[in-house]
Design a protein around this ligand. Structure first.
Ligand code: SAM
Ligand code: SF4
Length: 481
């Protein structure tokens, strides 16, 4: 494992999809290693980090920013003012790819005017062979690339680029260690993301995550609990436990039987006012987890439970490991949690999806009446099994299905929000709303609410009376006693 800590790499380290598919047994915990002699690198210089994709990327960017600040860089909110721009990319769907390449185009123009501008590229796209190959041959102005497994190496990669004056690529195909103690610059003073695991071993046939994020590695429970305890001390009101499949937390431990239900309980016992977790693959959701959510009022009654498809034939092709019936059985159990809200992810236009398959998805949505749903058109990702399956639908047909699905799920979002009309909800206040004179925050059930209140309530949990319900949000007024 020495390669993670060597200070110079004389050859490029490139991603390799075949290697990324492999699952090794090795798991070593190491501490973040910093080199004090790097402290001056960013003196007088400004940085901008652009983040694409999910909460895990957002949290990685919090680490990236903190590492840059340890090197004395200062953050700016406009990339045109920066001396260093890092793109933290996402590869889950084609449009995320296109956005990152579009931004690289804009950065090329900027670099023509600002010769000393440094451009860094990281995140899931950096783990893709084809992307890195393109960067080497077509985007020579990108200064350095590092992958998801060696995020902590950013200071070294940057130093290497400055010393060698050559494009520096350091992407590992093997995940290796969990690195503890990487500094973090949290975006929010009251709500924090806490990684509980990395990677995924599910290999759903459409999904690139097991390649870009590596095998499942659960963080040690004590590291997680200590992080949450520190957040409590710092006045944080909410933690979101993050992972691609948090319900599988602990399944990779060989030395102990400690699972997600145990972690939920221990995190709840820290006394943090709100605990959330995401994302949950239905396969690993246990009855004990449901009991924990019921037992601890500070575990929020909100579950994101991706369905993906309501057709058993398509679920099988997707490699999802559950049937529509098993999903509904779990859904019904979750509905026994008082006041629970359930959201989902759905993919339309998976290869071979017939009108009948699609109608089955609609019928599950009619049954579940989700409180929220993220809907996507299937996007073939190179290297995944589904990208090789015959895709018989036109883009128009896929768009029509998406439109029809959205019409249905939106109807239920509005119904769900209307349930709160004239009720009082508990809101963690985020800050001023885009709506004039209003504030914004989230209810326990993860409903977005805009309301008339006070600046002094930012970061607090307060009672708000709901006065109006829209498809995407609620409107209300702070309760006065
Ligand atoms: N781990 C979660 C699970 O098991 O459902 C999903 C995490 S994934 C980052 C977020 C969502 O992106 C998925 O639930 C899926 O709906 C969507 N997604 C993933 N790959 C996709 C693809 N190739 N095309 C379209 N949507 C995709
Ligand atoms: Fe992707 Fe989620 Fe399936 Fe893992 S469980 S492969 S992250 S969709």
């Amino acid at each position: 494992m020495l390669k993670y800590f060597k200070e110079r790499s004389d050859t490029m380290l490139l991603p390799n999809a075949k290697e990324e598919r492999k699952r090794t047994k090795e798991k070593v915990l190491k501490e973040f290693y910093d080199n004090p002699s790097f402290k001056e690198i960013g003196k007088g210089k400004k940085y901008f980090v652009k983040t694409y994709g999910c909460q895990m990327n957002e949290h990685d960017s919090e680490n990236i920013k903190a590492m840059l600040e340890e090197l004395s860089f200062k953050e700016v909110d406009d990339y045109e003012k920066a001396d260093l721009v890092i793109l933290n990319t996402c590869s889950i769907r084609e449009n995320a790819h296109n956005k990152a390449f579009g931004m690289l185009g804009r950065l090329k123009h900027l670099k023509e005017q600002k010769k000393n501008l440094l451009i860094g590229f990281c995140g899931c796209m950096a783990q893709e062979e084809k992307v890195v190959d393109e960067i080497i041959h077509k985007y020579k102005y990108v200064d350095f690339v590092f992958g998801t497994h060696n995020l902590h190496r950013l200071p070294f990669v940057l130093k290497e680029r400055l010393d060698s004056k050559k494009q520096e690529i350091e992407v590992l195909s093997e995940e290796g260690c969990i690195i503890e103690g990487i500094p973090v610059k949290r975006a929010n003073k009251y709500k924090a993301y806490v990684n509980i695991m990395y990677g995924c071993d599910k290999f759903c046939t459409y999904c690139i995550v097991p390649f870009t994020r590596g095998k499942q590695r659960s963080r040690d429970k004590d590291d997680i609990i200590n992080e949450v305890k520190m957040l409590v001390q710092d006045g944080y009101q909410e933690v979101t436990l993050l992972g691609q499949n948090v319900n599988a937390y602990g399944k990779d431990f060989t030395d102990k039987e400690y699972r997600m239900e145990n972690l939920l309980e221990d995190v709840a016992k820290t006394g943090i006012p709100r605990v959330r977790f995401m994302t949950s693959h239905p396969w690993d959701f246990t009855d004990n987890m449901i009991e924990m959510i019921k037992k601890y009022p500070n575990i929020m009654p909100y579950v994101h439970l991706p369905l993906q498809s309501g057709s058993n034939r398509i679920l099988k092709l997707m490699g999802r490991r559950y049937t529509k019936e098993e999903y509904i059985e779990l859904f019904d159990k979750l509905k026994t949690i008082p006041n629970v809200c359930i959201s989902t992810d759905i993919i339309v236009g998976f290869p071979g999806e017939t009108e009948e398959d699609f109608n089955e998805t609609l019928s599950v949505c009619e049954y579940c009446k989700y409180d929220n749903a993220y809907t996507f058109i299937f996007s073939p990702r190179e290297g995944t099994a589904a990208s090789k399956m015959e895709d018989n639908l036109t883009i128009e047909e896929k768009e029509q299905r998406l439109y029809k699905l959205n019409e249905l799920v939106n109807k239920y979002f509005l119904e769900s929000n209307k349930r709160y009309l004239n009720k009082t909800v508990k809101v963690l206040v985020d800050g001023p709303s885009d709506k004039e004179n209003m504030f914004t925050g989230y209810t326990e059930e993860n409903k977005l609410i805009n309301f008339y209140g006070d600046k002094s309530d930012i970061g607090k949990i307060i009672d708000v009376a709901v006065e109006d319900a829209k498809t995407w949000s609620l409107d209300g007024r702070k309760c006065t006693k």
